[in-house]
Design a binder for this molecule. Structure first.
Ligand code: IFM
Length: 456
């Protein structure tokens, strides 16, 4: 196999999430989610943007699937909106909600595109938040019930399932820093949410496994390479802390059935005595068929003196994020493909032969449609090229990396940043909803057609 060629059977895809692309928030019997409430609260999102219309995928899905087929995508990773299926988060399914996803799945299959369902990409039904949200243990069972409903409806036509997308964000951005819905700033609740999200994942995995032994089940974590700014002991400790909260707090219970003791020590009184109950860790460590990794950048950190405002790292609020000397994306994130190799390597060392997938990787840049009607997104194309090279290197080093999903298929609602950050390989003109494949999409189409990285 040449250096540039990917293994046969490597899965090439693109990803989106329901609230970021669907719009139609009041159609099809959909209930309210925490993101409807949050985005409609003044001051919470840039420019007051909401997902009310987003990329209007709820109405344009047939054209969008045809566009995916034109690009040659082999798999499409999308999320099911919990409030479309259970408007209040409990009780029987809203058939219209399930029908939408069933039609989408069937359309994908008609083009030979493998559907990959994420069950939870942050849109908790508002009614469940009103009842306590993820800090409340009852939400765990609600999630398992919801997962079962979706699997009952789609399990005969969907083989790949991700329970949660980036539980770190749900817990720490949602309940500690408050920059994501539901916008809470309570560190104890963020810790409670972490445990309950992981437990919900485990319970849902067990429930689906019981009825569908052949389903490919996993979870997606947002993992970072973490580096101390210097070799000073305080900076080394800062890196240990952030690696602990960002990576190991999720990897260790999922893969080894234990929480990292040093992280528990750092959190100290933020961990309620009754939080982790007998049997919880065994449930969280329910066997996985795959692990999804979302990789964007590296955290370079140093020790600081003052708590950072809106820190998402409870108990380690004084750690300072240091801007590296590398080029950055429009999010201000360092472009660091070497970090992807580090992440893949460390996960492989811990997870052994477990198949790994990059379920998200990509970059925001301020794109423009130029006079020739194209979007010449050279920086995004270079970002993808360098990160795909990193994937290829990791595979050559023995990492069981089985697939790659670019984030994102198209420009969409980037949460607190609204529509100002564009991650798509397809440009969306929000005034007209016109889709324009960017140069990066054309590059990606070449990669997946040839199964190798073009030279140059
Ligand atoms: O847009 C998000 C996505 O919803 C989750 N992962 C990171 C992306 C870019 O911020």
């Amino acid at each position: 196999m040449s250096d540039a060629r990917f293994p046969d059977g490597f899965v090439w895809g693109a990803a989106t999430a329901a609230y970021q692309v669907e719009g139609a928030v009041s159609e099809g019997g959909r209930g309210r989610s925490i993101w409807d409430t949050f985005s409609h609260t003044p001051g919470r999102t840039a420019g007051g943007d909401t997902g009310d219309l987003a990329a209007d995928h709820y109405h344009r899905w047939r054209d969008d699937v045809a566009m995916m087929a034109d690009l040659g995508l082999q798999s499409y990773r999308f999320s099911v909106a919990w409030p479309r299926v259970q408007p209040d988060g409990t009780g029987p399914a809203n058939q219209e909600g399930l029908d939408f996803y069933r039609a989408l799945v069937d359309e994908l299959r008609s083009y030979g595109i493998e559907p990959w369902v994420t069950l939870y990409h942050w849109d908790l039904p508002q009614a469940l938040q009103d009842a306590g949200g993820w800090p409340a243990r009852d939400t765990v069972s609600r999630f398992a019930d919801y997962a079962t409903l979706v699997h009952d409806a789609l399990g005969d036509r969907v083989g790949y399932w991700t329970t949660l997308n980036e539980p770190w964000c749900s817990a720490f951005l949602g309940y500690a820093s408050g920059v994501h819905a539901p916008g809470r700033t309570d560190a104890r609740d963020a810790v409670r949410a972490t445990h309950h999200l992981l437990l919900g994942h485990g319970l849902a995995t067990q429930a689906i496994r019981a009825v569908a032994p052949a389903a490919q089940l996993g979870i997606t974590l947002n993992l970072y390479a973490v580096t101390p700014a210097t070799d000073a002991p305080a900076d080394l400790d800062a890196a240990r802390r952030i690696d602990g909260l960002q990576n190991r707090l999720f990897l260790d219970p999922l893969l080894e059935g234990r929480y990292p003791q040093d992280v528990l020590d750092d959190l100290g009184p933020l961990v309620d005595d009754d939080l982790v109950r007998d049997g919880d860790l065994a449930t969280i460590a329910a066997p996985l068929d795959l692990l999804g990794i979302n990789y964007y950048t590296r955290h370079t950190v140093r020790a600081g003196d003052e708590p950072a405002p809106q820190s998402p790292f409870p108990g380690s609020e004084t750690v300072v994020m240091v801007q590296g000397e590398k080029p950055v994306t429009d999010m201000g994130w360092d472009v660091d493909p070497a970090g992807l190799i580090e992440v893949l390597d460390r996960v492989h060392r811990q997870a052994g032969p477990l198949p790994l997938y990059i379920t998200e990787n990509g970059a925001a840049f301020p794109d423009e449609v130029t006079a020739d009607g194209a979007v010449h997104d050279l920086e995004r194309t270079a970002y993808l090229r360098s990160h795909l090279r990193a994937c290829r290197s990791a595979i050559a080093a023995g990492v069981p990396l089985r697939g790659y999903f670019v984030w994102s298929l198209m420009d969409n609602f980037e949460w607190g940043h609204g529509y100002r950050k564009r991650f798509g390989i397809v440009h969306v003109d929000y005034a007209t909803q016109r889709r324009t494949p960017k140069d990066s999409a054309l590059y990606y189409a070449t990669v997946l057609r040839e199964g190798r990285l073009p030279s140059g």
